[in-house]
Design a protein around this ligand. Structure first.
Ligand SMILES: [Zn+2]
Length: 133
């Protein structure tokens, strides 16, 4: 998930998973992004990754990422970055050891790329966009 090509590959892998490809931004998420802006979403994402995922043994690991309530949560499930079990299974990030800051940034970039992709797709189709906008 580091280079552009690597990221495309990662998205292709995720698209093959019924579970992962089920996740999409809802109207509330879109509204939230429109109001807060991508930079704020990125800051939230950095915080979530640092405090909920990057510790050697995150609290409630496996259940720490809600299924809704913030665009980043959706991205985490869609991208298999929701818990250390999924991080290990999908991205070979070993459990039981802290995730170093450089790798955290790559995870954040990856999640933001998903959010931007989803956001733009919805805007184009208008299906999930904000009413009338
Ligand atoms: Zn998980």
């Amino acid at each position: 998930m580091t280079t552009q090509a690597g990221r495309e590959n990662a998205f292709r892998r995720l698209a093959k998973s019924k579970f992962r490809s089920r996740f999409h931004l809802c109207a509330d998420d879109r509204q939230y992004i429109a109001e807060k802006g991508m930079e704020t979403i990125r800051r939230h994402c950095e915080d979530f990754v640092r405090t909920r995922l990057a510790l050697a043994t995150p609290p409630n690991d496996g259940r720490q990422t809600p299924m809704r309530g913030h665009p980043v949560f959706l991205a985490q499930h869609a991208c298999a970055c929701c818990c250390r079990g999924c991080m290990e299974k999908w991205w070979k990030v070993p459990k039981g050891t802290p995730i170093p800051p450089a790798r955290q940034s790559r995870i954040v970039d990856f999640l933001l790329a998903w959010i931007e992709k989803e956001y733009e797709r919805g805007q184009e189709s208008g299906v999930r966009g904000l009413g009338g906008r």
